[in-house]
Design a protein around this ligand. Structure first.
Ligand SMILES: [Zn+2]
Length: 186
């Protein structure tokens, strides 16, 4: 899937969520996302309560996992490190939205796609460019923390990614996202 298709899918999902005001994306409750596909977002602890004696092996501290159960996708995350895990959680959402959970495609390519989806959803390019324009110079990665979820290293990575791209006009979903955050008229 091309990066621009992934960006479109992320904006499409984001436009379906409830948020408003310029700090709206920072306050978006990631555990209450409307994802569709019968998707449930829950904690690893909840899994262990529901299935006593079973543990989900998790690699690393900040990880998420997606399992298919009874025709639903269940995304697990670790609430104790919720803020740091925003990208990990949205990475799992990316696997669901990008159709990776059918298992037909495997390997590093789908991991990269899911990761890009997470960045596009949490730190939309149109929002970064709007904030850059408001400030009159590029918003620093340190300033990203006021507007976007994720860690400082993720904010640095996203700043670099956006600086290397050629700006494109906002599409319908992006215009809607800007309208809700900044009361911008389309
Ligand atoms: Zn993954």
């Amino acid at each position: 899937m091309s990066p621009s298709e992934i960006k479109k899918k992320a904006a499409d999902l984001l436009a379906k969520q409830d948020f408003s005001g310029r700090y709206g994306l920072c306050f978006l409750n990631l555990t209450r996302l409307k994802i569709g596909h019968g998707t449930i977002v829950t904690t690893f602890g909840e899994f262990e309560r529901a299935f006593p004696g079973h543990t989900l092996e998790t690699a690393g501290l900040c990880s998420g996992a997606t399992v298919t159960y009874a025709g639903r996708y269940i995304i697990f995350y670790d609430p104790s490190v919720e803020d740091d895990c925003a990208v990990a959680l949205l990475h799992e959402v990316g696997h669901v939205i990008l159709g990776h959970c059918t298992g037909k495609r495997r390997g590093p390519e789908i991991e990269e796609e899911a990761e890009l989806f997470a960045y596009e959803f949490l730190m939309p390019e149109c929002v970064i460019r709007y904030l850059d324009a408001l400030k009159g110079e590029p918003l620093s990665p340190q300033e990203f923390g006021a507007y976007f979820r994720g860690t400082l290293p993720e904010h640095f990575a996203r700043r670099l990614q956006i600086s290397e791209r050629t700006p494109e006009p906002a599409d319908e979903n992006e215009t809607e996202i800007l309208r809700r955050l900044f009361a911008v008229k389309g």
